[in-house]
Design a binder for this molecule. Structure first.
Ligand SMILES: Nc1ncnc2c1ncn2[C@@H]1O[C@H](COP(=O)(O)OP(=O)(O)OP(=O)(O)O)[C@@H](O)[C@H]1O
Ligand SMILES: [Mg+2]
Length: 508
């Protein structure tokens, strides 16, 4: 029995394991790839193909291929037009598609390590509660026991060897992947513990957006020169998407890049310069710069006091970002040793530690479990003194997790037995500016008189999943945990169906 670390990425995923001596290995699939595209192709025989072969099918049978679904975690769909993704009449939700990727990664690991007993799965630090809960659900659907959900930048820092030896150092992790941007400021305190000071970002900003910019330019050329609307032709659209990504990657090292674009007839030769690409993403670079400033401000850290700027994620290879960071911090950014695998590797180190797999004589034996902060505020709908509904804040963003807050309700009428709770994400009082995570009925267990106090404890676990408990406010006795129906999540019936569908889908 062994434990693994999984980086469930928007574009690419990886799985790693750490042995008793603290040696970490990224696991390769049968073709030798250590990073596999997070892409699922539904073959006509009902099986699901995950990885490179699925990505290759995107141009041939785009309607049977799902990608970028991490962007829709916690919501019913991930498609830009908000329509549902379905194949042969079955709708596939983002967490179900993610569970197929997890199943593939688990299989890869089991082929080499034997049975896997648990995993740490990483998420962007800026992920909200619904996305985190959906990630846990994906693992459950895949039959993969979760040891813990871990923030990606924290995993990257662990892999980079930021541990007790970095005592007193301040580190900023810049993680720009395929779908999300995360910036995290952390400090290793005098005890050698890693403490996250602040985190910021945008969970819908990444390499896929840069590809979209290039696709717009390709589309304009295809329209003008071949009279083809690539957005109306699924195969042309996929071809342009692939070529856009290739062009973008090449422009990280070259000044000009060229690719043939399919339009139905003679391919169109499309060339682009690095300067043109940089102009197309200039606004995003600005936004990224602003988010870094804000996150430093929240941590109360000056750019000059940051000892290491650690670059993670495939899109951090774009020179415009290293230039930005060099200018902001006045020092060379450090590229993580293995940009594409470090998140999975760091997760596997912590998995081995939590799973008790590390030899007490190994260097990793005294690795401290990192402490994170809440990336979003948390509250509950309550009435203010004017009887208007507001978000009563219980956890502020930036507060260390696990963390909890309390709100007290008073029964409105004699004989009341329950109250409906609405839990929100966000640190604004105005309900228009927060997101409702879900609702749950708090049962009192007996009828109570009017004015009887019921205390509600709302907690973020260490992995920022919400738990709600009701207490009798008079004697502080626990009444019970409040089951939260999450907005947009699977109902009991839907979950049983999803479990059956995934168990019945062979993954290759
Ligand atoms: N040389 C390069 N230049 C520019 N972009 C690159 C380069 N190499 C990879 N990328 C981009 O990096 C992205 C993938 O990065 P990564 O694998 O870190 O993302 P991910 O983990 O799938 O996404 P996320 O962390 O956002 O969920 C893709 O958009 C890819 O095109
Ligand atoms: Mg990533």
């Amino acid at each position: 029995m062994t434990v693994i670390g999984i980086d469930l990425g928007t574009t690419n995923s990886a799985v790693a394991t750490t042995d008793a001596n603290g040696i970490t290995t990224t696991i390769a699939d049968r073709d030798g790839s250590r990073v596999i595209p997070s892409v699922v192709y539904f073959a006509p025989d009902g099986s699901a193909v995950v990885g490179d072969r699925a990505k290759a099918m995107a141009v041939l049978e785009p309607e049977r291929v799902a990608m970028l679904f991490k962007r829709g975690m916690g919501a019913p769909t991930f498609l830009f037009d908000e329509s549902e993704f379905s194949v042969d009449g079955k709708v596939w939700r983002p967490e179900e598609l993610s569970s197929l990727v997890l199943k593939k990664l688990k299989q890869m690991a089991e082929e080499q390590l034997g049975s896997v007993s648990g995993a740490i799965v990483t998420v962007p630090a800026y992920f909200g509660e619904l996305e985190r809960a959906a990630t846990r659900e994906a693992a459950e659907l895949a039959g993969l026991p979760i040891l813990r959900i871990l923030n990606e930048p924290t995993a990257a820092a662990i892999a980079h060897g930021i541990d007790a030896s970095s005592r007193g150092k301040t580190i900023m992790v810049f993680d720009l992947g395929g779908g999300t941007f995360d910036v995290t400021v952390m400090r290793v305190d005098s005890e050698g513990e890693m403490q996250v000071l602040s985190t910021g970002g945008n969970h819908r900003l990444g390499g896929a957006d840069f590809d979209n910019e290039i696709m717009q330019m390709i589309a304009a050329r295809a329209q003008a020169e071949a009279n083809v609307d690539i957005f109306a032709e699924p195969w042309a659209f996929q071809d342009a998407r692939e070529k856009a990504e290739d062009l973008k990657k090449e422009l990280s090292t070259l000044d000009t890049a060229t690719r043939p674009i399919s339009t139905g007839g003679r391919p169109l030769m499309f060339s682009m310069t690095r300067a043109e690409f940089e102009a197309s993403i200039a606004d995003t670079v600005e936004d990224v710069s602003d988010m870094i400033e804000i996150t430093l401000g929240e941590a109360e850290v000056d750019a000059a006091d940051v000892d290491t700027v650690l670059m993670v994620g495939g899109s951090s290879r774009i020179p415009a970002f290293s230039t930005l960071l060099r200018d902001m911090f006045g020092k060379e950014p450090t590229f993580s040793r293995n940009l594409d695998e470090d998140v999975a590797r760091g997760a596997s180190v912590l998995a081995a530690k939590i799973g008790g797999q590390i030899d007490p004589r190994s260097e990793l034996a005294d690795l401290a479990i990192p402490k994170d902060v809440a990336s979003h505020g948390l509250g509950m709908t309550v009435n203010d003194s004017d009887d208007r509904e507001i978000n009563g804040i219980v956890v502020k963003p930036g507060q260390g997790v696990p963390s909890k807050g309390t709100q007290t309700f008073y029964a409105a009428a004699d004989g009341q037995t329950q109250v409906l709770l609405r839990i929100n994400e966000g640190d604004e009082e105005d309900l228009a500016y927060v997101r409702q995570i879900g609702e749950g009925m708090a049962h009192f267990g007996r009828p109570v008189p009017a004015g009887h106090p019921i205390r509600i404890d709302i907690a973020y676990t260490a992995e920022q999943i919400v738990e709600v408990y009701a207490y009798d406010g008079e004697n502080n006795k626990l009444i019970g945990e409040v089951r939260l129906e999450r907005t947009g999540s699977l109902s009991g019936d839907e979950k049983r169906q999803a479990l059956a569908a995934i168990a019945g889908t062979g993954v290759q």
